[in-house]
Design a protein around this ligand. Structure first.
Ligand code: AMP
Ligand code: TRP
Length: 333
């Protein structure tokens, strides 16, 4: 059976980009594969943050993922398996400075930090972030990693690291992981469809799955449809994004009918927006109900995740025993 692994940062909210780009796939793949999913809290320590906020956000993300349909036995919290850090140290020895320096996420986040404050603090953790991600993935001999398009470069790095490690230590030990994309691997911001939907740009640039219905409707209704720079005869990125969202909700009939209207030149953008808004509200309803159920017994949920993290840790410890053997480090008895 093939192994699936993926992770998400505990950033406080789960947005439509996360869901349609990755989490929807996480849930579906559980029926067919051995799946391991992770709230990557160590990764969230690479940008400026407050401890109390992180503490809260880790569990918030756990609850959101479970509400979306991730099975508790498949989910764990990264820092409860500290072997991730140990493996990332070992892999740091086979990842080059040059390749890390080429990572676009590092460049983007550095730029963001320095735009906010020209003397801003860029942590060394942010620089080695992709090595920790490679450790997450390689630890569990992962074949496929369901992620959004923005993670393609990090996946390529993980493969290079695996290959270099295997060559240096003379054994085909680590699997070369491949990304797995959904049909909608890049959702754009409705407020600025030239950018991807994400939290780093601010609140209006992402639609929160667990926010309220009125806010979803409002954000979709005010979606930018014409950015003024689309060549004649081409669909503007804003319109395309609305169609993408509609397709992602599974309303193919409505999608196809509205697309036909678009092609005939009769489409009213307000009708498209209304359809998208209602489709999204209908999608998130059951997730909210599930979240309320989970919230009714928080202790039980937390305890399940502590148990699953302990189970996952056994697998990580097995990998680390083998890695220590291969790399020349001694093991405890
Ligand atoms: P993050 O919130 O950055 O930890 O991302 C979690 C997952 O969501 C990753 O697999 C990302 O690739 C995916 N993702 C984030 N933003 C988007 C987006 N706008 N479109 C598609 N996938 C996304
Ligand atoms: N870097 C990923 C992101 O920003 C999160 C992540 C960390 C991840 N470790 C991972 C994704 C391992 C997949 C596999 O979205």
């Amino acid at each position: 059976m093939k192994n699936i692994f993926s992770g998400i940062q505990p950033t406080g909210d789960l947005h439509l980009g996360n869901y349609f780009g990755a989490v929807k796939n996480w849930v579906q793949l559980q029926d067919e594969y051995e799946c391991t999913y992770c709230v990557v809290d160590y990764h969230s320590m690479t940008m400026p943050y407050k401890a109390d906020q992180l503490r809260e956000n880790i569990w918030k993300m756990v609850f959101y993922l479970l509400a979306c349909g991730v099975k508790p036995e498949n989910l764990f919290v990264q820092s409860m398996v500290p072997e991730h850090v140990e493996l990332s140290w070992v892999l740091g020895g086979v990842a080059s400075y040059g390749e890390l320096n080429r990572m676009t996420q590092f460049k983007d986040k550095t730029k963001q930090l320095l735009e906010k404050d020209k003397d801003g603090f860029v942590s060394s953790g942010l620089f080695i972030y992709p090595v920790l991600q490679a450790a997450d993935i390689l630890m569990y001999h992962t074949d496929y990693v369901p992620v959004g398009k923005d993670q393609e470069q990090h996946l390529e790095l993980s493969r290079n690291i695996a290959q270099r490690f295997n060559y240096q230590f003379g054994k085909e030990y680590f699997v070369h992981p491949e990304p797995l994309f959904t049909e909608t691997p890049k959702i754009l911001s409705t407020a600025d469809p030239n950018k991807k939907m994400g939290k780093s740009l601010g609140e209006k640039h992402y639609i929160n799955l667990f926010g309220d219905d009125e806010r979803i409707r409002k954000q979709v209704r005010s979606a930018v449809t014409d950015t003024g720079d689309t060549p004649a005869g081409e669909m503007s990125p804003g319109i395309e994004n609305l169609f993408t969202l509609l397709r992602a909700t599974g309303r193919t009939d409505a999608h196809d009918a509205l697309m036909a209207e678009y092609k005939a030149g009769t489409l009213k953008y307000s009708a498209l927006k209304e359809e998208v808004a209602e489709a999204l509200v209908a999608l998130v309803g059951p997730f909210r109900e599930k979240l309320a159920e989970l919230n009714a017994d928080k202790r039980k949920v937390k305890s399940m995740i502590q148990d699953s993290s302990a189970e996952v840790r056994k697998r990580a410890q097995q990998t680390m025993r083998e890695v220590r053997e291969l790399t020349g480090l001694p093991n405890l008895k």
